[in-house]
Each structure stands twice: as structure tokens, then as C-alpha cells.
Write a protein of this length. Sequence first.
Length: 143
Amino acid sequence: MNDDVELQPTGDQVLQEEPPPMEAVPVRLVDVEGPVRTQALPRKTGTTQTRTLTAGAVARRVLTADPYRGSATLIGDQPFYAAFSEHGKDDDLTSAWWPASVPLVITAVVDVWVRAASDQYGVELGIVVERWATGSEHADGTP
């Protein structure tokens, strides 16, 4: 038997006495004047996907509003339209035309709707999502 292990409770444990109060820790407030250096933290996780947008088709939601999303990058092999609301997804004036092979970086926590800009050419759309912390859904809203 190990002699270092005390099997009998102490009197304080039997009586369930409260531990002594903790001492107050002095706090000194500092007023920082001037620039403060910050550093972006690395993202916890990420997801990738490729979507095919049919030529002349209606807009399609490719990302849901995800509070865990740090950023999303969309890149297409053909021009496409992007919108951040369902109301603006099908109108050229309320969605943004985006050129081919130029990354669209989105840092807002919004739904993202896309559609092909041409009635003749479809779009292969690559989507890369970086997340602050693991959420309960994938970037496209599927569990």
C-alpha cells in the first residue's frame, strides 16, 4: 500500500468548511495612447467546394450566413454575378458582375448568391471558406 495517499478526510473536509477568502489582486489601469499592434489569428478550419453554374440559369445560394465564417473566396472560370441577398440575386443592377479568374473575397457574414453572367457559358466556381471556429453546418448549409 502506498503511504503517500491519505485515505482519511481531514476535519475541514468532513465539516465541509469554506476555503479562506482569496486576497484581492491590485489592478492598474493603463491608458494606451497611439497605435497598438494587432495580429490576426489563424483560422480554425476550412471547407472547399466546386459548383457548376449553368448558363442562363437562375441564381443559386452557395453560402449561408455563417457566424463562424472568417472569410470566403469565390473564383470562377467565367464571369459571374454575386449578390448578398435573395432580393438582389436575379437582377443585374442589384448584384455585382465579377470577372473570370479574379478572386472575390467575402468577409461579411451573409448569404451568397451567384449566377452565370452569360447566357452561353456556364461557370465552374471554386469556393474556399475559412472559419473562426467549428460550427454545426458546412459552408453551404448542409449538416
